[in-house]
Ligand binder design. Structure first.
Ligand code: NAP
Ligand code: GLV
Length: 313
């Protein structure tokens, strides 16, 4: 059997940060970077990818697995020429999970404690106390109770919030009110003072939070989207911010990234923007996780965290 070799495929400049991590975690494996290291293609057995250009993965007939640089795999399934027989593997890394929960807790607390309003008051030199309910009376709803959503939900629960979650399949998580399926989405949304989106982007979730769904939120609710652009209808969100249905939004992800200079979100007084940084993959820990999975495959075992070809996440 030929020695395994790996290609890193990304359209941006992240490889220099990954190279030393991959060399350290995979000492016996030849590591190359696309497009320079593309030939000979047949000998390449593993690919680590972030937004691979469509059709590139199909050029490697020897692939045994395709690893995502991040938790999301929508950027891989978007490729119409994606090889059908090769497993697509999600990144499940507690370093990344911890970062996402930090982001969610930070922004839930900002909305809960009305910090954006105090920031605005400071600009105007206004000294005014704004009422704030106890955490137990603040209802936080997490859309997506997967690896990231569940960790964030547990940490928010530990802070004393009233926490609910919504997922495709019903969950049974102590202390967390669990909703599932499209039919329970309106009731779930109606119970969210602060809604946090941690869903994958799939054909089912794209545009999920449209005008009709946003209208189920209580008046003045806050929305945090740390998942993917395209899950929230941006026009509908702007309209909901205007009519007061949504009191404030924290957005890390957008339909178009980077967010276009002329987008109305940039100037909106009740929108906080971050540049897709809620959870940034740590190359060192991710490389170790990928290495452990390659070891499993080379030993004839199934890799952990294969994304479903049916559900596309
Ligand atoms: P995951 O473990 O696959 O969890 C996904 C959750 O969403 C699951 O609970 C799943 O339900 C639920 N879900 C999927 N489709 C659904 C549907 N149609 N209706 C209801 N629930 C649905 O994913 P994860 O690791 O938590 O990551 C979630 C997403 O976060 C990623 O896909 C990525 O897009 C995003 N992300 C963003 C950043 C950032 O920096 N902004 C960083 C990392 C990840 P079941 O449990 O029933 O399957
Ligand atoms: C980042 O967006 C990820 O999917 O990990």
């Amino acid at each position: 059997m030929p020695a395994p070799s790996l290609i890193f495929i990304s359209r941006d400049d992240r490889y220099p940060r990954w190279h030393p991590a991959l060399e350290a975690a995979l000492p016996g494996i030849e590591v190359r970077c696309w497009p320079d290291g593309e030939e000979p293609r047949a000998g390449i057995t593993y690919a680590i990818v972030w937004h691979p250009p469509h059709g590139v993965l199909a050029r490697f007939p020897g692939l045994k697995a395709i690893f995502s640089v991040g938790a999301g795999v929508d950027h891989i399934f978007a490729d119409p020429e994606l090889p059908q027989h090769v497993p697509v593997v999600r990144l499940v890394d507690e370093t990344l999970t911890g970062q996402m929960s930090e982001y969610v807790v930070l922004h839930v607390l900002r909305h809960h404690r009305r910090q954006p309003e105090y920031d605005a008051q400071q600009t105007d030199r206004v000294w005014r106390v704004l009422p704030c309910p106890p955490a137990a009376d603040r209802r936080i709803g997490i859309l997506g109770l997967g690896v990231l959503g569940l960790d964030a939900a547990r940490k928010l629960k530990a802070l004393g919030f009233s926490v609910a979650g919504w997922s495709r399949s019903k969950k049974d998580e102590p202390g967390i009110e669990c909703y599932s399926g499209r039919e329970e989405l309106p009731a779930f949304l109606a119970s969210c003072d602060i809604a946090v989106c941690l869903l994958p982007r799939t054909p089912e979730t794209r545009g999920l939070l449209d005008a009709q769904m946003l209208a189920h939120l209580p008046w003045g609710a806050a929305l945090i989207n740390a998942a993917r652009g395209g899950l929230v209808d941006e026009e509908a969100l702007l309209a909901a911010l205007e009519n007061g249905r949504i009191g404030g939004a924290t957005l890390d992800v957008f339909a178009a990234e980077p967010l276009p200079q002329d987008h109305l979100f940039w100037r909106h007084p009740r929108v906080t923007i971050t540049p897709h940084i809620a959870a940034i993959t740590n190359p060192a820990s991710a490389a170790r996780i990928i290495a452990a999975n390659i070891e499993r495959i080379e030993a004839g075992q199934t890799p952990l965290h294969i994304a479903s070809r049916d559900r596309l996440y």
